[in-house]
Design a protein around this ligand. Structure first.
Ligand SMILES: O=S(=O)(CCO)c1ccc(-c2ccc(C3CCCC3)c([C@@H]3C[C@@H]3c3ccccn3)c2)cc1
Length: 235
């Protein structure tokens, strides 16, 4: 399988996220939402007066694997069923079986102009020898593309998002074939570095983010639990 034009950038960004995910949130991060197993943290950062607050969300979901969570996040055909920010999404290029480029129109958040986004989206399994279950991740990273021209009045979102998942098997049965969904737990870390790409009222974006990210993660993870409930486990 030949390397495509974005292979090196993807490698670099994936490695950056694998470092960043381990950074602790004890200094400089505010806990902005806590609900059950979900904890949402944010740092307040502005660049030229534009809010680009990094967001980090930790969540534990029972009954699913990290592969299932990443699969439903990456696969484009499910996206409109759980993604609350979108008016439309489409794949504009397939780079390899684990890497696509998609173009998205996001719902307008008044009074800001409508946002669109063009990301490469890459899914990967990282098998760490010591743990019994691998880590799965998805990275969405803004990239320019001839089929996604920037057309006013839409404003191009600049985003660097990662979903990194570990799978825990509680009280593993002697025979792995006997693992049930009640033995499964997925430990998820979601990181979003989003630059709205142009003027939005900073209070507005902070309030939207504070309200919408927890809703977004909750809705996505519940969707995966519902979709996988009666299906064979995807490790
Ligand atoms: O996880 S993903 O990669 C899933 C692939 O689609 C992703 C998630 C969220 C966004 C996103 C898009 C627009 C906006 C705002 C910016 C100004 C006006 C709209 C926001 C701001 C942060 C706030 C926000 C957060 C969550 C949900 C909705 N709103 C976020 C983009 C990508």
């Amino acid at each position: 399988q030949g390397k495509h034009r974005l292979a090196n950038e993807i490698e670099r960004i994936v490695q950056e996220h694998l470092q960043y995910v381990r950074e602790s949130v004890s200094h400089g991060w505010d806990l902005i939402h806590q609900e059950g197993e979900m904890k949402v943290y944010r740092r307040e950062v502005e660049e030229n007066g534009i809010v680009i607050d990094p967001l980090k969300c930790f969540h534990t979901i029972k009954g699913v694997t990290g592969h299932e969570i990443c699969r439903y996040f990456w696969e484009y055909q499910y996206r409109m069923e759980w993604e609350t920010t979108l008016d439309s999404t489409k794949i504009i290029e397939v780079l390899d079986p684990d890497t696509v480029i998609f173009f998205q129109l996001h719902k307008r958040v008044w009074p800001a102009a409508q946002r669109d986004s063009c990301f490469w989206s890459h899914i990967r399994c990282i098998s760490n020898s010591e743990e019994d279950q691998p880590t799965w991740l998805v990275v969405n990273y803004t990239t320019p593309h001839p089929l996604a021209p920037i057309k006013s009045p839409q404003v191009r979102l600049v985003a660097n998002v990662a979903l990194i998942c570990e799978t825990i098997i509680n009280e593993p049965p002697l025979n792995p074939q006997d693992i049930k969904r009640e033995n499964l737990e997925c430990k998820l870390t979601y990181v979003a570095l989003i630059n709205p790409g142009g003027w939005v009222p900073s209070v507005g974006v902070r309030n939207v983010a504070k309200r919408e990210y927890p809703r977004f993660i909750k809705r996505f993870t519940s969707y995966v639990v519902d979709q996988t409930r009666d299906k064979p486990i995807l490790f």
